[in-house]
Design a protein around this ligand. Structure first.
Ligand SMILES: Cc1cc2nc3c(=O)[nH]c(=O)nc-3n(C[C@H](O)[C@H](O)[C@H](O)COP(=O)(O)OP(=O)(O)OC[C@H]3O[C@@H](n4cnc5c(N)ncnc54)[C@H](O)[C@@H]3O)c2cc1C
Length: 374
């Protein structure tokens, strides 16, 4: 019997949408299942930063840049707005400046050192007090995480006739058959599970052996600022961020920087805090973030974390109004070594999850690579 679909994707977050797009553009007939009425997972809770600069030199940086091209393709096709804003890493301390020097000297990423004056010309957000310099990278993009997935979904439906079933929880897979909690059935030649941080509904025994860990992040959104806004204001990352992204791991001075923070402010390490800010056209700024790892994700957010993030943000940026408009947390699954966890369960079914803190940046490129290899 011929299957209804060539490819069934379970999960309507950015990873599932990336898989759907890359399969559909190769001519496959695709269906996507999503348990909620609209995507609510990490995909709508993030910064909306497309962040190649955080990826280590080599294949991962290339995949991030390939993803970046796909985001720009979506912008060209009028699917959504993509700001080619770039990013600035700030150095308010000598050791942060040293790491930036070492990083730029490696010439592995398209990034350059810039002076405090240039930084302030590029962004009115930056706190010039004690600013030693920074690094500008042009590769980063800004998308609106609240609307991006829904816009991509509509476009995939319109452009490639991808079918979407929302409010459809997939509870089991039997051979080529996908079964939902309300007893409906579909079949597909290939079934790809992109269930994000839900590691319990489908194939929990495989996830249990996968080394994937969950991470909870707290986030804030400021009220709109009155400062005049220009387009493409770069994302801002503080010196604390240098210890977070793998791209900086090869810098000899990084260990000393990490040691200084461990001694000076262990509370930042305890909650995995490094601060970033991204201002949207509305004037509102997404601020974050923290990282608490482990299976037991608390439903309750810690005021202490919010206060620490604001404390650190005040060292590096200046706002007219620090009033917080919204707070939330997001959860992602992350593999300690892999950019995404892929497992072929059987000839039909595979897992494709765990893009960690880089799913917006990497998903299109990773999904493209997945389909190229088939
Ligand atoms: C606070 C925060 C900030 C971040 N900032 C950035 C950033 O700026 N840049 C960046 O690149 N990355 C960022 N990330 C990471 C990025 O958001 C994630 O890697 C990415 O969104 C993961 O996408 P996903 O599709 O795997 O997961 P999700 O968005 O969680 O989607 C998974 C979907 O699968 C559905 N699902 C699960 N099981 C089933 C089932 N059995 N049946 C039907 N549906 C099911 C769920 O309902 C969910 O909608 C951030 C993450 C967080 C949490």
């Amino acid at each position: 019997m011929e299957a209804d679909y060539d490819v069934a994707i379970i999960g309507g977050g950015i990873v599932g949408l990336a898989q759907a797009w890359m399969a559909a553009r190769r001519g496959y007939k695709v269906v996507v299942f999503e348990k909620t009425s609209i995507a609510q997972g990490a995909t709508v809770r993030n910064f909306g930063m497309i962040w190649p600069i955080g990826q280590p030199a080599g294949e991962l940086y290339q995949i991030a840049n390939r993803s970046r091209e796909f985001w720009l393709e979506l912008a060209d096709a009028d699917v959504l707005d993509v700001e080619t804003c770039g990013s600035i890493h700030l150095a308010h301390r000598e050791d942060e400046m040293r790491v930036l020097h070492e990083f730029v000297d490696q010439q592995t990423h398209a990034a350059a050192l810039i002076s405090p004056t240039e930084i302030c010309q590029r962004s009115a957000l930056v706190n010039p007090e004690g600013l030693l310099g920074g690094m500008f990278s042009a590769t980063e993009l800004r998308v609106d995480p609240r609307t991006a997935a829904e816009r991509i979904r509509r476009w995939l439906k319109r452009e490639f006739s991808v079918q979407f079933h929302f409010e459809t929880l997939i509870t089991s897979i039997n051979g080529k058959e996908v079964l939902s909690s309300n007893g409906q059935k579909w079949n597909a030649e290939k079934i790809i599970i992109c269930s994000g941080s839900d590691l319990h509904t489908l194939y929990p025994e495989h996830f249990a052996k996968s080394d994937l860990v969950l991470c909870k992040l707290q986030m804030l959104r400021s009220v709109a600022q009155s400062k005049p806004l220009s387009e493409n204001i770069p994302h801002i990352a503080s010196g604390l961020t240098l210890r977070h992204y793998e791209s900086f791991n090869g810098c000899p001075s990084l260990d000393l920087l990490k040691q200084r923070i461990k001694t000076e402010s262990p509370e930042l390490d305890k909650f995995g805090i490094h601060v970033m800010a991204s201002q949207f056209q509305s004037g509102e700024i997404i601020l974050g973030d923290s990282h608490e790892y482990g299976k037991d994700i608390s439903p309750f957010d810690k005021i202490e974390i919010d206060e620490l993030m604001i404390r650190e943000l005040k060292n590096v940026i200046r706002l007219d109004d620090w009033k917080v408009k919204e707070k939330w947390h997001g959860i992602y699954a992350k593999h300690p070594d892999l950019p995404v966890y892929e497992e072929q369960i059987n000839p039909t079914v595979s897992l494709f999850v765990g893009t960690g803190g880089a799913g917006m940046t990497m998903s299109f490129g990773l999904a493209d690579k997945y389909w190229k290899n088939r």
